[in-house]
Every structure is written in C-alpha cells, then in structure tokens.
Design a protein around this ligand. Structure first.
Ligand code: SF4
Length: 189
C-alpha cells in the first residue's frame, strides 16, 4: 500500500463510531523515512481541532524532551493507535483499538523505523504486551521483528506528576543513544 492509498483509506474509515464525533482525522506527522517513531494512544482536543498529533500541552512537552536530547521533531514520525478522538478524552476502547490498529501497522510498514517508542501505558499495552506496567517497565528495550520497542511515560502524565520527569529524561537520553548506535551500524539509504 502507498501513502496516498493509506491516507484515503483512513479518511474514509468508518471502522468504529469515532468518525462521527471527530472534527479532523489525525493521521500522523513527521518524516516518512524516520528511524524513530513515537506512538501515543489517541488524539486529544487540540489534535482533533488541528488534525496534527501531539500539538497541545503534552505535545509541547514532548517537543522539549526531543530538543533536550538533540532529536529534531522533523526527524521522527509521530502517530497514535486511534486516528479519531474519543469523546472527552476517555481511554480508547479495546474494540476501537482493534478497528484502528491496522492503519498504524500500515504506517510502520511504510516507514520501517529502527525503533518505536510507545507514549504511555495504553500504547505500550497494545504494542509491547497486554499487562505492561509503565512505572516498572518504562525505558526497557524489547526486540520485536525488525525493530526495537520501548515505552516512556505519556507527556500528559508528566504534566500531572513532575516527579516522573527525571525518569523521562533518562529514558529519552537512552533512546537517543540507542538510535544513534543503530543508525551508525546501518545508515539509512
Ligand atoms: S478511530 Fe480509526 S477505526 Fe475508528 S473511525 Fe477513526 S480511523 Fe476508523
């Protein structure tokens, strides 16, 4: 599948009921040849209004961490498991995730990243393992197929609890170091 076909498929998707209440589809943004991909759970209010993932307060905090460790936002790709906003930012339902995960899989196939970083518990439970415990397992790297998977706290959790910020900074530095090692070992074509 090509990007244009996938974008059209998502735009026309009625796979769950969320297309009825969204303002905009939030497809994903960034480099389509990225070595590093971030995956959150679902768009929030600002994302729904703009059609761009991670642009609200949590997204701005993520940008600060990227900048702090020397990763440009344009260098990465950012998407969510759900492409449409759940009403009142409730957690995505399992059946909504089941309906939408195929779009994310197609994005991963097209991008072929070296590393995927789950933003928060829900993304990690879906992409790493179903009983993932973010407080215990954040920052741990898991090899899955052709790429490494890891998870960090969702930036909105850091907005609620500043005590997690030190762990986030440590994890982001480790992600950068691992990424640069992978890139050096196998430069992008
Ligand atoms: S959330 Fe995903 S599955 Fe549901 S309507 Fe939107 S694009 Fe389709």
């Amino acid at each position: 599948m090509e990007w244009s076909e996938l974008e059209a498929k998502c735009a026309a998707c009625h796979g769950c009921a969320l297309w009825q209440t969204r303002t905009n589809l939030v497809f994903g943004t960034g480099s389509r040849t990225a070595s590093l991909m971030f995956v959150g759970e679902a768009p929030g209010e600002q994302e729904d209004l703009s059609g761009i993932p991670f642009v609200g307060a949590a997204g701005q905090l993520l940008d600060k961490y990227l900048e702090a460790v020397g990763i440009a936002r344009e260098e990465v790709y950012i998407a969510n498991i759900l492409k449409c906003r759940p009403p009142r930012n409730r957690d995505p339902l399992p059946e909504e995730q089941d309906a939408c995960i195929g779009h994310l899989r197609e994005q991963v196939k097209l991008i072929r990243p070296k590393m995927i970083v789950c933003l928060g518990r829900i993304s990690a439970m879906r992409l790493i393992h179903p009983d993932y415990r973010i407080t215990k397992e954040h920052g741990q790297m898991v090899k899955k197929g052709a790429f490494l998977l890891t998870a960090v706290y969702h930036p909105s959790a850091l907005l609620r609890d500043a005590s997690k910020k030190e762990d986030m900074y440590r994890d982001m530095k480790a992600i950068r170091d691992t990424l640069r090692t992978l890139e050096a070992a196998e430069p992008q074509a």
